[in-house]
Structure formats: structure tokens, C-alpha cells
Design a protein around this ligand. Structure first.
Ligand SMILES: [Zn+2]
Ligand SMILES: [Zn+2]
Ligand SMILES: [Zn+2]
Length: 915
């Protein structure tokens, strides 16, 4: 059966395409309310993986559900096509030398071709999973209108005053030559040299006058290559600092850390500078603020003491080397105390050659990695190195080339989080306007927005949308205003952003081509491009606004939890920044797919599950069922063993459908269905239970808990095949063809079949569609494809359901008491035949239960035994004894014998057939 899924699904997919099922679906609900699930664009790079499958199938389940509920669910898939991974791939393929020699326009063409190819590969993978979408008209982030939307949003946020140009330390990859966003950083352990260095004080702190010229501060750093950029030493304002006497010098450090530093530096029996009153000299950080010292590399330069709350007493000396050009904390603290931003490192990560502050001095020309050991060596020679040891710590790495990154102050474009209140507005939107699934996801994104620095949106690459700024060739002024921005929007709409790299600004800027400062008309287009997260982030405008069948804000975004840092956030910031509202009404956050042992999937571990391969061997419905079986609100496991268990569950669903279809196909149709009020009592009770199950399933879909759908339906089909379907086989096979009892059972089976096909359709898209072929016509709502069905309507009203359910529960309880009693009777030899049909039962039960069941429900049928007697008792129990009568050779039931050796019912059925 597995093999047949793998073969049959592609045929069915072909049929969906030929019959335009997606378009039919849009047509069916035309004019209804819309439910717009906006697709987060996967990156167009490489074949699809199991994480993609989880994502796209989840979206498809949601769309199929709301569509059955009557909503129009236009679903436009998209791809993120710009950005560094593709450019990096192209650079690797071409070789860096060739790559660097090509003009930007050529690199961009090759990148675009690569993206288009990969879009095709991924699209085929997604289609095969059974996902219904506007596959022929997806959104791609490099189209002209998309490029224009990037600048439209830029202009909206620029006009509000939130975009600025500044020099700031940003994550910088010296291998990829670009600034990196927080979302492009991966943390991993790195070995670094931790060094303790003494800086000689120029001022004497009061009380240490005796050590004039012989006082130092001991600092600690794990990045020796940043010492040329040192501008200050940060102390904790409230901690106590003392002066240890080492080799006749007074060494200032935090009292709390003296012991640890002494151990590392090998100081023994440390003595301290004392006050005249005999107490140890001490001062708080605040008291030392403003003192100056001689720069550790450039002796003609003075740094100064500042204070900062982040200086901790956990590591080091409590005196932190501060280089505002190389760290965000340093930059912010330095800003407060007017420390200069010294930046001696170039794009390649090399220290500038030259003399004096702002260069690498004698370390000029060295790469940051080469510089560290050289600087340590030199400090040692100078006698200022107090101690050195290597430590392992978590360190940021580039997401593409995996190399450690550096912090480096560069001139970049930023979106200010606070100048226009963007941070607060975004937080308000998260907390007040958006529904989060699971609810705690809102905390995750809130804390990220609360703590994030200004958004650095510029990148020094080619494959992206340019930052629409110009530089005056005559006076160096940066030129950007409404007129230039409007001209760029018009240019991109017409020619796409490629034109930026080929056309002269004068040719499209018109009157706007003028420097506001020197009135020169000689403007040059700048080279930076926008962060790729900006690209995908503005899809609320480029896609939701620009496509007439969609709307903004979207009803839902659904992605992996990493997008709290990525797309959820860049969409939110650009939307709140431009429109003062969130781009989505609801967000579903999903976990990652791990292997069965909760490890990340990787080629080297050999634990990768390839969705294409699973489709080709087991079928897409197995992956779809797996998606529904896991709780995707956190990380989910997947391996071959798990898929094989899902395969077992699939067979249970499929067999139930087949069993129901087998007795209905060609034998029964909707016009033969009895009114619910005319059904046998057993059938009514079972229908009430079915309605309950359907309501539970509906609620689970509505709250996007697919695992609830799966669990409920799995338990239900198990309950059915052990109970009702088994018990009513007799009526179906042996009852009179047109008899009321058989029609009543058929009616109930038909409802159950219909309910299962409807409720499983969003998940088992292929299998339920296959079942449609064999369904009685009257149950198909005039449709050929299961996706086009409307949501199942319970055949009973709620009042009836709630009246019948307690009776159903009592009946089930009696049944399980019987099962237990039967097993005991078998063990004890009370009954010998190994079939329940060969038994009779006495049911002991409270009066309420007896009155519900006795004479109303055919309990012999429910228990599949020969006869049932009732006795009133305090609790439910059952006594089993051998059946009386004989076994009917036709139906195998033990009943009183009629004239021809058959039971009364079979005798009648046969004689009616003869007539
Ligand atoms: Zn890199
Ligand atoms: Zn100018
Ligand atoms: Zn019979």
C-alpha cells in the first residue's frame, strides 16, 4: 500500500493540475470573507528539506480547513531571492578573483539565474507535498514592483525620521566583507586569549600620592587585537577598588576579584596600599571616574576611566578595556562619557598601517587574528602583561562562511528603534493587536524587540536592493530626499533595481539631481544594498498590498521560531515603521525538526530525512500525517522509525475508510438515508458520539493544534473498529437488504464516512481525495475533489447530542465490563468457544443505566453476544455464561433455532429473497 501511495499521488496531483483545483477552490468561495495566510518566503537555495515540509504542509492544512469553512483562502507562495547566501554561492562557484573582477550588473544576473533555478526545484518539491497554491504566479523578491516596494517603505520610514546614517560597531565578517544583522549570526564556542594588562596611570588617585608614577590599572580583555582602539577603562560605579602592591607598584583592581587575579597572575601574599589610619586604601568606581592613563600601545595618547553598570565581578579585574569602535556596550558607554570611536581595522580585518592612534601602529598591516599573538608578545616585552591564559567562550560567527566575526564601527544606515518610538509601537502591536500561537511566543518576540539595538540595514554586497542614497561628487554630501526617493521608486518600477548599477543618476533623477549643499548636479549612486531581511520584511506591501486578491494586514503568518529574530520581526518593524500597524493579525510559531534523539539534522550525522525521498517511497500523505501527529509549537522529532509508526497509523485511517466504503459503494446512496429520529437507538448513540468527535476536531483545527486533530481522529477510528463497526457488521452483511435495521446502520456508516473524509481532508489530502472516487454520490456535495467539500455539518442538534452522550458513555462502560468478564470466563473455562457470540451476559447496573439501555438499545448487538439480561445493582458489572440455542450457520450468531436450522432473522431474510 505504501508503494501504491508513492505511485498514485503523482497521478492525482496531475489531475488536480489539469482540473485547476486551486482555481476552483478560489471560485467556490468567491465573494466570501477571506482568510489570507501570507507565505513567508523560503530562501531560494537548494532542494527542500523536512523543515520546509513541516512549514508548507502546516500552511496547507490551515488553508484547506478555512476553505472548507467557507473562507476564500488565496495563497501566494513566495521566495526570498536576494542576499548573501546566493551571492556567496556564486562567488564560490566562480572563484573570488573572477567574481571580484565582474561588474555588479553581471554578478546580479548570475545570482538571479541561480535563484530562478532554485525556485523551480523547490516549487516542484512543495507541489508534490500536496500543497495547493498559486504556484504559477508566486512572488519573487527581485521583481520590479518588489524592488519599488522596498524603496516605498524606505521612504515612508525615512520621512518619519527613523532612518539615519551613523558610525557604529556592527558584526562584521571580514571574509564576506559585510556587516551582518543579529539574525545572520550563529553562536559557537571559540578559544580566545584572555590577557591581563597593566595601564600606567597619569593622574594619581587621592590617597595614593606615595605611588606617583608607579600606579597602574589592571584591565582584562579577550580580544587583544582591539587594544590599538582602546579609548577608556570602564569600572563598576558601585564596586570597591583597591591597590595591590606588586613589584613596588600599586595595581588598581576590584577588591572582589583580587584573589582570583592573584591566582592567575601567580602573586603570593598580596599586600595592599594602606591609608594613614591603617585601613586598606579603597575607592568606588565612581570616585575614580575621569582619571587618565597612558594608552597601552600609543604612549602619547591618554585614555580615561568611565563607569558602566555592566561591569561585573564574575571575570577579569572589574576594570574593562573599552574600545567603542569594537563593541556595542563599549560604544554606548563611551558615548555617555565622550570617548572617541577609534577604528583602526579595515574591511578585510587588517589593522591600518601608520603611526599614532587610529592606525595599527607597529602592528599595522596585520590581520586581527595575526595581531593578537603579536600584541601579547609585545606587551610581554614591555613588561605590561600581567597574565595570559586561553579561555573557551561563546563567540559570534558568520552564518554563511562560519568564520568568527568581529565588531567593527563602520558608516552604515540604521533604523532607529527609539527616535520615533518604533520600539514602543512595535511592542504595543505585539501585545495588543496580534494573536500569538502558542501564546508565549509573544513574550519571545517582545523580549527581542525590547533588547535589540538600532537596526543596521546596509550591506556591502551586490545582490540586493540598493539603499537609495547618493553622494555629491563635488562636496561629499549624502543626498536623499523625497524627490530623489520618488525618482528611484519610479525607476525601479520601470526597470528594476538593476538600473541602479547601470543608469546615470542624472538620467532618472531629473530636477532632483542636485546637491542641496553645494548645488552641484554631479551625484553618484551609493553602493550599499539593503539587508535581505528588509526585502522579505516588506512583503506586506510588495505582496499583500500590491495583489488585489490579498489584503494587509494578513490574517496569519506562520513560520519557525527563528523568525522571531528574522521575518516576523523585520515585517513588524517595517510595517509599524511605515503604517503604525502590525502586518499580521495572528502569528503561528513552530519549532524545528530534529532527529529522533533531539539532535539537529546534518549530513555528517547521517540523520537527514529528505521529504522528496519520503514522497517517492512512502507517499506525501505519510509526511502530512506526520506533520499533524507532532506538537509543532515546540521542536519536533522525525526519523525513519517515527515515519514508520506514522505509516502504521496511516494504515488504520485508510483501512477504516476502505471498510466503510466497501459496504456502501454501489449499495447505498444518500436518498436512502433515514432521518436521524428514525434510527436504531444504538446508531443514534454512536452518531451523538461522532458529533462530539467532530466538534473536538473542529476546535483543534481552529486553534491550530493539529496534533489534537490527529489524536482525536486516531482514537476515534480505533474506537470505531473495535466497537461499532465490528458490532454492526452483522446488520450490514446479514440483515435484510432493505430492512430498517440495515438502512439504519448504512445511514450511520455513511455519516461516519462523510465526517471522516471531511475531517481528514486538510491533512490526508491525497487519501481523502481518493476516497471521494468511491463515495456514494449523495455524500459528495456535487464535487469531484475532496478539497472542494464544505465543512461537515453534524446531523444532530446540540441538545440531542448532549442528551444521548451520557447514555453512550454508560453503554461503553457496560461494554468494557463485559469484555473483562468475558476474558475471565474464558480463563476460568466458564465458556469454551473463543467467540463472544457464544456467550450470554447478565448486566448488573444502577437503575438509571438499566432504564436507559434495557429494551431501548440492542445490547446483544453492542456486546456481540447471544442475549443480555439486566439486573439492578449499585455498580456496573457483568456476568458471562455460555449462550443458549445454536449457532446460526449463516450469521454465526447463537440464537434460538428457526425451522430451517437458521436463526429467525436469517430465515426471514432468505425467504424474502426467494420471493
Ligand atoms: Zn562570512
Ligand atoms: Zn555637494
Ligand atoms: Zn442468522
Amino acid at each position: 500500500m505504501r508503494a501504491s501511495l508513492a505511485q498514485r499521488e503523482p497521478e492525482r496531483l496531475r489531475k488536480w493540475n489539469e482540473n485547476h483545483v486551486y482555481e476552483q477552490l478560489m471560485k467556490k468561495n468567491e465573494g466570501h470573507d477571506k482568510f489570507v495566510l501570507h507565505d513567508g518566503p523560503p530562501y531560494a537555495n537548494g532542494p527542500i528539506h523536512i523543515g520546509h515540509a513541516l512549514n508548507k504542509i502546516s500552511k496547507d492544512i490551515i488553508n484547506r480547513f478555512w476553505s472548507m469553512r467557507g473562507y476564500q483562502t488565496p495563497y501566494v507562495p513566495g521566495w526570498d531571492c536576494h542576499g548573501q547566501p546566493i551571492e556567496h554561492k556564486v562567488e564560490t562557484d566562480l572563484g573570488s578573483e573572477k567574481f571580484n573582477s565582474l561588474p555588479a550588473a553581471t554578478i546580479r544576473r548570475i545570482c538571479r539565474e541561480y535563484a530562478v533555478e532554485n525556485v523551480d526545484v523547490q516549487r516542484n518539491g512543495f507541489k508534490r507535498l500536496g500543497v495547493l497554491a498559486e504556484w504559477d504566479n508566486p512572488y519573487l523578491t527581485f521583481t520590479h514592483d518588489y524592488d519599488a516596494a522596498d524603496v516605498q517603505i524606505f521612504k515612508a520610514i525615512f520621512d518619519k525620521g527613523a532612518i539615519y546614517r551613523g558610525s557604529k560597531p556592527v558584526h562584521w565578517c571580514k571574509h564576506c566583507h559585510t556587516a551582518l544583522a543579529e539574525a545572520e549570526i550563529e553562536y559557537g564556542n571559540e578559544k580566545s586569549p584572555a590577557i591581563f594588562v597593566r595601564f600606567a596611570l597619569r593622574d594619581v588617585p587621592s590617597g595614593l600620592e606615595a605611588f606617583e608614577g608607579k600606579t597602574d590599572v589592571i584591565i582584562w580583555t579577550t580580544t587583544p587585537w582591539t587594544l590599538p582602539a582602546n579609548a577608556g577603562v570602564a569600572l563598576n560605579p558601585d564596586e570597591t577598588y583597591v591597590a595591590a602592591l606588586i613589584d613596588g607598584r600599586a595595581e588598581i583592581l576590584a577588591e572582589a576579584l583580587v584573589e582570583r587575579v592573584a591566582e592567575i597572575a601567580g602573586w603570593e601574599n598580596v599586600e595592599f596600599a594602606m591609608n594613614p589610619n591603617g585601613e586598606r586604601w579603597s575607592a568606588t568606581g565612581s570616585e575614580l571616574l575621569g582619571l587618565t592613563y597612558t594608552h597601552p600601545i600609543f604612549s602619547d595618547y591618554a585614555g580615561k576611566f568611565i563607569v558602566a553598570d555592566y561591569v561585573s565581578m564574575e571575570d577579569g579585574t572589574g576594570c574593562v578595556h573599552t574600545a567603542p569602535g569594537h563593541g556595542v556596550d563599549d560604544y554606548n558607554a563611551g558615548n555617555k562619557f565622550d570617548l572617541p570611536v577609534i577604528m583602526p581595522v579595515d574591511d578585510d580585518g587588517k589593522l591600518y598601517k601608520g603611526e599614532g592612534i587610529g592606525t595599527g601602529g607597529i602592528f599595522g598591516g596585520l590581520d586581527t587574528d595575526e595581531a593578537s599573538p603579536k600584541i601579547i608578545e609585545w606587551l610581554k616585552e614591555q613588561g605590561t602583561l600581567v597574565a595570559h591564559r586561553d579561555i573557551e567562550h561563546s563567540y559570534p560567527h558568520c552564518w554563511r562562511c562560519k568564520n568568527p566575526v568581529i565588531f567593527r564601527a563602520t558608516s552604515q544606515w540604521f533604523v532607529s528603534m527609539d527616535k520615533t518610538g518604533l520600539r514602543q509601537s512595535a511592542l504595543d502591536a505585539i501585545n495588543n493587536d496580534v494573536k500569538w500561537y502558542p501564546a508565549h511566543a509573544s513574550k519571545r518576540i517582545s523580549s527581542m524587540v525590547e533588547g535589540r539595538p538600532d537596526w543596521c540595514i546596509s550591506r556591502q554586497r551586490s545582490w540586493g536592493v540598493p539603499i537609495p542614497s547618493f553622494t555629491c561628487a563635488d562636496c561629499g554630501e549624502t543626498v536623499m530626499n523625497d524627490a530623489t526617493l520618488d525618482a528611484v521608486i519610479a525607476l525601479f518600477k520601470e526597470k528594476g533595481s538593476d538600473a541602479w548599477f547601470t543608469d546615470e543618476p542624472a538620467s532618472y533623477l531629473g530636477d532632483a539631481c542636485e546637491c542641496p549643499k553645494c548645488h552641484s548636479h554631479n551625484l553618484k549612486a551609493d553602493k550599499d544594498i539593503l539587508d535581505v531581511w528588509w526585502d522579505s520584511g516588506v512583503s506586506h506591501t510588495a505582496v499583500l498590498d500590491n495583489r488585489p486578491d490579498l489584503h494587509r494586514p494578513a490574517d496569519m503568518y506562520l513560520e519557525g521560531s527563528d523568525q522571531h529574530r528574522g521575518w516576523f520581526q523585520s515585517s513588524l518593524l517595517t510595517s509599524v515603521g511605515a503604517y503604525d500597524e502590525a502586518p499580521y493579525k495572528a502569528v503561528v510559531s513552530q519549532g524545528f525538526v530534529l532527529d529522533g534523539n533531539n539532535r539537529k539534522m546534518s549530513k555528517s550525522l547521517g540523520n537527514v530525512i529528505d521529504p522528496n525521498q519520503v514522497c517517492d517511497t512512502q507517499g506525501a500523505d505519510i509526511i502530512r500525517l506526520w506533520v499533524s501527529s507532532v506538537d509543532s509549537s515546540s521542536d519536533v522529532p522525525c526519523d525513519m522509525e517515527i515515519l514508520s509508526r506514522v505509516g502504521d497509523a496511516y494504515r488504520r485511517f485508510r483501512n477504516t475508510l476502505r471498510f466503510l466504503l466497501g459496504e456502501l459503494e454501489g449499495q447505498f446512496d444518500a436518498d436512502q438515508m433515514l432521518p436521524v429520529s428514525d434510527l436504531e437507538m444504538y446508531d443514534k448513540l454512536v452518531l451523538a458520539r461522532m458529533c462530539q468527535v467532530h466538534d473536538e476536531v473542529t476546535k483543534a483545527y481552529e486553534s491550530y493544534k493539529f496534533t489534537g486533530v490527529y489524536r482525536t481522529l486516531y482514537d476515534y477510528v480505533t474506537e470505531l473498529s473495535n466497537g461499532y463497526l465490528n458490532a454492526t457488521k452483522d446488520r450490514m452483511y446479514c440483515g435484510g437488504v432493505d430492512s430498517h435495521e440495515r438502512r439504519s446502520a448504512q445511514t450511520t456508516w455513511a455519516y461516519i464516512l462523510s465526517m471522516l473524509v471531511h475531517d481528514m481532508q486538510p491533512i490526508l489530502a491525497y487519501t481523502t481525495d481518493e476516497a471521494m472516487e468511491f463515495m456514494p454520490e449523495g455524500l459528495k456535495e456535487g464535487q469531484e475533489f475532496a478539497a472542494l467539500l464544505d465543512w461537515f455539518q453534524n446531523p444532530m442538534d446540540e441538545k440531542m447530542v448532549s442528551e444521548l452522550l451520557p447514555v453512550y458513555d454508560d453503554m461503553v462502560e457496560v461494554r468494557s465490563a463485559y469484555t473483562k468478564a468475558y476474558e475471565t470466563a474464558l480463563e476460568e473455562g466458564v465458556v469454551e468457544e473463543k467467540t463472544t457470540q457464544a456467550t450470554r451476559a447478565t448486566v448488573y447496573a444502577p437503575e438509571k443505566v438499566v432504564s436507559e439501555l434495557q429494551g431501548k438499545v440492542d445490547m446483544a448487538e453492542v456486546l456481540v453476544c447471544s442475549s443480555v439480561d439486566f439486573e439492578v445493582a449499585d455498580e456496573i458489572s457483568v456476568k458471562v455464561a455460555p449462550a443458549e440455542g445454536v449457532r446460526c450457520p449463516r450469521c454465526w450468531n447463537w440464537r434460538p433455532e428457526a425451522e430451517d436450522g437458521l436463526c429467525e432473522r436469517c430465515h426471514e431474510v432468505l425467504s424474502n429473497m426467494e420471493k
